[in-house]
Ligand binder design. Structure first.
Ligand code: GDP
Length: 451
């Protein structure tokens, strides 16, 4: 394998930057650019040891650095690896990287270190995807579930399903090939149990992925309501700072603007939408159609109403288009005299707030956590790291359902066998045991360079 190198820390000014190099020539290259103050050569250093010394380009001193050696196979990639911790300036870091490249290393592709770790059997594909998740985790639950995955939780669960299917295939083959022999008769109950059990396991994993998404990707949240009810003000209250300019001119929020706000362990991706009303103003019309789109794809809808006025026709229209399943009714302006009665809000989770006075904020946050069932989700649960893993599981489940249907319909065992067999290959693809280059490349293209 060629020797690759990259800067593994962000290219910003900081205390320390890390440059990583992996491959057969890593140690030889390091010896050419680095001289330890102890005069010990890098090639004489043991794995997992580090030396203090100087990087020079010919006569020119570049930096005093700490150099760590990892020897194959005991390294992240499984290859000889050298890590250089230099001073954290963008220029000096790039200068050292340039020197290493001119000495014979090649710039790494995104995720190439982790890809090599997978190809060298140091990590499974699902563990590599978990590494990606750890880097992008925002919040404790996301981190815990990413770490569970890195520990191999997905791999174990899928392997368990796979093993059951392989053993079922063994029995099916015996029944098909040696029907007259002295083997026990087809055990219909156990076939149904195995297929049903595997379907249930895959379903649970897929559901845990969907639940986990709220911690990992945030919750798409639409703030809707008639003009002037206080949508921007509610959004600002959640954001904790003034983001959009609040005015009392109707229809001033023309675009759907996305911002992130944290509620406990959940990140809300808030969309403030233009008032959902019919309008002749073209610019506002665009905003309205965007709002409707956001409303239909939102996981959470905050429907804002102004308690100081009676429900207008557009309020009623909006209310009728909402579902209590994903909507919280936010009754705003409780600092003013109440003119609104609670008719029409039955069945909805509702909270009273004054966005202007910033009261009711905690009640709103608790309502959000309640609606999203944050507590019900256990971070210990195994969650797929990616849509890729989920879609593999989904294909496997579809095949198993076909197998079960075929079996229940009294079709031949050959037909059942073919369908069970069809479930194995997406599972092998999921764990990375049988994966095309295209899939591997797709997974690693999402990584950053240097990881
Ligand atoms: P939007 O059009 O729905 O986004 O509404 P805005 O957030 O722009 O607010 C419209 C007007 O209502 C502004 O004048 C706000 O100051 C006012 N407003 C918003 N929230 C409250 C509140 O809780 N109490 C009172 N009294 N006024 C509010």
């Amino acid at each position: 394998m060629n020797t690759i190198c990259a800067i593994s820390t962000p290219l910003l000014s900081g205390a320390i930057s890390l440059i990583r190099m992996s491959g057969d020539k890593a140690i030889i290259i390091a010896d050419k650019v680095f001289r330890a103050f102890s005069n010990k050569k890098v090639s004489e250093m043991n794995g997992h040891t580090c030396a203090y010394g100087r990087i020079t380009d010919g006569e020119k001193i570049l930096d005093d650095v700490l150099l760590t050696v990892f020897r194959a196979p005991k390294s992240y990639t499984g290859e000889d690896t050298v890590e250089i911790s230099c001073h954290g300036g963008a220029y000096v870091t790039k200068r050292i990287l340039g020197l290493i490249i001119s000495t014979g290393a090649e710039p790494a592709q995104p995720g190439e270190f982790t890809k090599r770790a997978v190809l060298n059997g140091k990590l499974t594909l699902t563990q590599a995807e978990a590494v990606m998740d750890i880097i992008s985790s925002e919040g404790e639950r996301a981190l815990i579930s990413a770490n569970n995955m890195r520990e191999g939780a997905v791999f174990k669960r899928i392997t368990d399903v796979k093993n059951r299917l392989v053993s079922l295939l063994g029995s099916l083959a015996a029944w098909i090939d040696y029907p007259e022999d002295d083997i026990p008769a087809v055990d219909e109950q156990s076939i149904r149990l195995t297929l049903g059990g595997c379907i249930d396991k895959l379903t649970a994993l897929m559901k845990s992925y969907d639940d986990g998404l709220i911690f990992r990707k945030g919750v798409l949240t639409a703030i809707v309501g008639s003009p002037n009810v206080g949508k921007s003000s509610v959004m600002n209250m959640l954001l904790g700072f003034e983001r959009s300019i609040v005015t009392n001119i109707e229809g001033t929020t023309r675009d759907v603007i996305e911002e992130s706000a944290r509620v406990g362990d959940v990140v809300l991706r808030l969309c403030d939408t233009a008032g959902l009303r019919e309008t002749s103003d073209t610019v506002e019309k665009i905003g309205v159609s965007l709002s409707k789109k956001t409303l239909s794809s939102a996981r959470l809808v905050l429907a804002v109403f102004d308690i100081s006025r009676k429900l207008s026709d557009s309020d009623k229209e909006l209310l009728s288009s909402l579902s209590p399943k994903n909507t919280i009714v936010v009754l705003n302006k409780i600092d003013l005299e109440k003119k609104l009665d609670n008719k029409g809000f039955e069945g909805f989770l509702s909270v009273e707030v004054s966005a202007r006075e910033k009261t009711g904020e905690d009640a709103l946050k608790s309502a959000i956590e309640k609606l999203l069932c944050v507590d019900a989700f256990s971070s210990q649960e195994t969650v797929f790291a990616s849509q890729r893993q989920k879609s593999c599981a989904s294909r496997a489940r579809a095949s198993l359902e076909t197998a079960l249907d075929a079996f229940n319909a009294g079709e031949t065992l050959d037909a059942v066998t073919a369908a069970v067999d069809g479930a194995l290959s997406p599972l092998l693809e999921l764990t990375g045991e049988r994966t095309s280059d295209a899939v591997i490349n797709e997974v690693f293209s999402r990584f950053c360079v240097g990881k």
